[in-house]
Write a protein that binds this ligand. Structure first.
Ligand SMILES: Nc1c(NC[C@H](O)[C@H](O)[C@H](O)CO)[nH]c(=O)[nH]c1=O
Ligand SMILES: CC(=O)[C@@H](O)COP(=O)(O)O
Length: 174
């Protein structure tokens, strides 16, 4: 069978993130994993795109269900001088024994998409929807499985790319 490298290829362009303001809203549910994902996103934006650490705002909420509402409220509350160029919502849902997981995963994914479309601020979907603990650890670059990868890194790349492109689009530059 033909194999390929799974995941997202880097963008062709070198984006300059040095003047971007990024909001990361993250959960305290499954915090050990969330913490690694947040760090992956932050380190990528700082080291690859020169985002200034002081221009990254972190805000924590209890669980993933709170992410869309909080992102929406913080986008609205940010003043003109402190407008966020992109938001990353980070959470980890792990399937339990009830339908809780399915309801939250569905609501949160739609909610996060809606916040981005309604506000015009790009909102990155940084929510892992895992069937067990191992899947979650692996996707945060933790645990012992080969091929583990911290998806926070991808979300950092994604936020900077969309933030830079959105600034141009706002100026009518395609
Ligand atoms: N089970 C998980 C939750 N559940 C909590 C909800 O997100 C929410 O905080 C509560 O229903 C109050 O509104 N959250 C996660 O992020 N991850 C889970 O695995
Ligand atoms: C917060 C809940 O409703 C909880 O009972 C969900 O349980 P599970 O994660 O096992 O589905």
């Amino acid at each position: 069978m033909e194999t390929f490298e799974k995941g997202v290829a880097p963008p062709a362009e070198n984006f300059d993130g040095s003047s971007l303001r990024i909001l990361i809203v993250h959960t305290r549910w499954n915090y050990r994993i969330v913490e690694a994902l947040v760090r992956g996103a932050e380190e990528t934006m700082i080291s690859k795109y020169h985002v200034q650490p002081e221009n990254i705002t972190l805000h924590s909420v209890a669980g993933s269900y709170e992410l869309p509402f909080t992102a929406q409220r913080l986008i609205s509350a940010s003043t003109n001088t402190l407008k966020f160029d992109a938001v990353i919502c980070i959470g980890v849902l792990i399937k339990g024994s009830t339908m809780h997981f399915e309801y939250i995963a569905e609501a949160v994914s739609h909610g996060i998409m809606r916040v981005g479309l309604d506000s015009g601020v790009p909102v990155v979907f940084g929510v892992l929807t895992c069937l067990d603990d191992e899947q979650a650890l692996e996707r945060a670059g933790l645990g012992d499985r080969p091929g583990k990868h911290n998806h926070g890194i991808d979300w950092g790349h994604c936020a900077v790319e969309l933030a830079c492109k959105n600034r141009r689009w706002k100026d009518g530059i395609i």
